[in-house]
Design a protein around this ligand. Structure first.
Ligand code: CMC
Length: 365
């Protein structure tokens, strides 16, 4: 029997063309393009890139964006169902159920042709934000807001969530957030999705596997963990005692550390810059200052004192961005999923196109 690697650490499970990570140098590429060169594009263009393997030209982008806009609406029966469903349930649980319902409304759900999968792709990418916003408003007794097709993917989400037009910077921040969340090689949710796809299960089922895995606090749930932690700390003066207390009790500080990155996560750098700009626009830099203080304390404790390469990951400054966008913490994982769905679909298609069922062995002890 082969040696067992706990947590599959360092195990290479498959080949992919979708993304590349150099965890030592802090490089992340989608389809061979560095994330820093993608982050100023519209989310629609990056979604197209991940799914189709190349950046769209102008006509292709217009066509893809139009297809997404045409698919933003959700079935009115689903809207009513979401209003009842969302009362008292966790937002991500509601999203998972809503995606499952959407599959029932999709006549092509169990059709596995390339055309059917392209149609399902547009439906999934387009409907995620509408569902997340509808679930949230429904659970707070607010009217559900219809999509505004004059707005970008990210700006439209903020509008449907809050009922107010986002500022230019808020809209930019949301688009960047979705791009930075869109793809990350064989992370836990993508791996679980690829296992489902490898059994030739349908795209909706595979995406639901991704959602269920993203939920955990050691994965996508960490973003909510950071927002809760910032609320708990309250102000910058409390940061040091709080963080040192966590380390003494051997508890994890959410938003730090990574299985692959042993340096600063390149996404965290971009989020940090967006968070700083939002703080300035808001005229209140206290969340940003507290986050930077936590970063400094942990750099001293981990890197300088213990020689451990533990830096902010994608979830740390994204949580600060959400604070400034006034996004409730319960929504953080669902919004992460709104971005990640493009990467998940790309992996689903890649698995279908060159499939072998994923079935490892266990060491019986
Ligand atoms: N706070 C305190 N200690 C930490 C942290 C942290 N955030 N991250 C790692 N360590 C310590 C850990 O206690 C262990 O110490 P020791 O060797 O003394 O036992 C060592 O560093 C290695 O940690 P590990 O948990 O064995 O490493 P891993 O590769 O299994 O886990 C991780 C990676 C991301 C799960 C972990 O760093 C962690 O739990 N971080 C906090 C949760 C978080 O922010 N998750 C988001 C991950 S990135 C985005 C995503 O996937 O969604």
């Amino acid at each position: 029997m082969e040696e067992m690697k706990k947590g599959l650490e360092g195990v290479v499970a498959l080949d992919t063309k979708i993304s590349f990570i150099d965890g030592i140098q802090g490089i992340l590429m989608y389809r061979g393009i560095r994330i820093e060169d993608l982050v100023d594009l519209p989310y629609d263009a990056v979604s197209y890139l991940l799914i189709n393997g190349k950046l769209p030209d102008e006509a292709e982008l217009n066509e893809y964006s139009l297809k997404l806009k045409e698919n933003r609406h959700i079935n009115c029966k689903l809207v009513d169902f979401l209003k009842d469903l969302s009362l008292g349930s966790e937002e991500l649980d509601g999203l998972r159920t809503a995606i499952s319902c959407t599959a029932h409304f999709d006549e092509e759900n169990n059709h596995h042709t390339v055309d059917a999968n392209q149609n399902k792709t547009a439906r999934l990418v387009a409907k995620f934000p509408t569902i997340v916003a509808a679930l949230h408003r429904g659970s707070h007794g607010l009217d559900v807001i219809s999509p505004d097709n004059d707005l970008s993917h990210g700006a439209n989400f903020l509008y449907m969530l809050t009922g107010r037009m986002p500022t230019e910077l808020e809209a930019e921040a949301m688009e960047k957030d979705l791009i930075l969340s869109a793809e990350h090689e064989l992370n836990p949710s993508t791996f679980s999705l690829r296992i489902a796809a490898s059994t030739l299960s349908d795209m909706y089922s595979a995406v639901i596997c991704g959602l269920c895995t993203l939920k955990g606090p050691l994965h996508g749930g960490a973003r909510k963990g950071v927002m809760d932690m910032m609320d708990e700390i309250g102000n910058i003066e409390n940061a040091k005692d709080y963080v040192l207390g966590k380390l003494e009790r051997k508890e994890k500080v959410m938003g730090f550390g990574h299985r692959v990155y042993k340096t600063y996560d390149p996404r965290a750098k971009i989020y940090k810059d967006v968070a700083r700009r939002l703080a300035i626009e808001n005229g209140d830099t206290s969340w940003f200052d507290m986050a930077e203080e936590i970063e400094h304390i942990l750099y001293h404790e981990f890197v300088e004192m213990r020689g451990k390469p533990i830096y902010p990951n994608v979830d740390f400054y994204s949580a600060v961005v959400y604070k400034y966008l006034d996004v409730p913490a319960e929504l953080a994982t669902s919004i992460f999923a709104m971005g990640r769905v493009s990467g998940w679909i790309a992996h689903c298609m890649e698995q279908y196109s060159d499939n072998r069922v994923i079935r490892p062995r266990a060491h019986t002890i």
